[in-house]
Design a protein around this ligand. Sequence first.
Ligand SMILES: [Zn+2]
Length: 386
Amino acid sequence: MAANGQENVGFADIRSSHCVTLARAFAGITQKELASLMGRSQPFVARLEKSDFDVDEYVGQLVDAFRQRGVTFPPSFFRHTKYLAPESAVTFRKRSSCPAAVRDRAEFYAHVVPTLVAPLVERFVKYPVCDLPPMPVDWNSAVRDPRAIGAGAARALRAYWGLGWGPISDVMRLVESRGIRLFFVRERSQHLDGFAFWSNDIPFILLNSLQDDPARMRFDLAHELGHLVMHRELELDQRSRGHSLDLIESMAHGFAAEFLAPWEVLKNEVPSIVNLDKLGRLRSRWRISMQAIVKQMHANGALSDAAYTNAFRRFSSLGYRRGPEPVWIMPDTSVIHKKFLETLASRGLYVANLAEEVGLSERLLSDLIPQSTASTQMDFDSFRMS
Ligand SMILES: [Zn+2]
């Protein structure tokens, strides 16, 4: 998709919160394509998306048009003309290389989840009060050592939440207990591990449920938590503030590693040379990937550049870079989702029963609130250490 032009829904110009713009962003179609599916002209769609009046008389045509592209929106999706816009940047891992279509879908979720899905959950389950303090960033120091600044923020948050310095048994449960809204997307893109944003003073994290290693999903979650506390002030176009995406990503990585495994404690447990058995035991204890442990070692000067490179070559050859690592760990669990699903079940309901009313397809709503919060359909035998 081109990076400019009126009919584009690229990241820079999606600031519209109009239901039709968002539906296009999700379906990955331009105004011109939508117009042609509706038997209309592109200026007609442009006018529709600019206006504040409701789109009542066109709802049938819109639903049909998207269905022709294999995307289901119930008519009720178009009942909300304007969706809640995220107040902060929607931050992605690997965003610099993230295709426009994936970013557009993330923007779709960032509008739709706070408007439609979180209120649905709150009808059945009370969220804890939000307790996520901002950790203002000294950008001058961050430019010099972004990872260290991220790690500092992680220690500050651990101290503020009174977590001590040991392993965190369940990060999902923890962030939910502090009022963060957690949801899931099923996106077959390597470019989307998760993303985070603030909407109406409420922090949201969405994780890709296709992540096949629970340890990595915890890291993704901690990474996004780092964005929420450190990067709330960033404008949608971060580059306008002169901070590169790499810098922001390094800070979030540094935050995640330190939040999950504080170096002051971890340093006493790491092997002096890379040893898969020992790393596997640490993975099991701290519930982070062996690769994240090796990165922590390297970032803190406990591993030479050469040893670090060798370790990653080995991880690559063993297939751990793309696939899950050995040493199975139990996935974290969303307590809020569990309570929500149980409450529904006690009333004889399933998530799918509420989709039409909420304004999303059954499939999309079930993806956002899955029955299980991690891909657990794994063959345990394949997790023996090699
Ligand atoms: Zn990120």
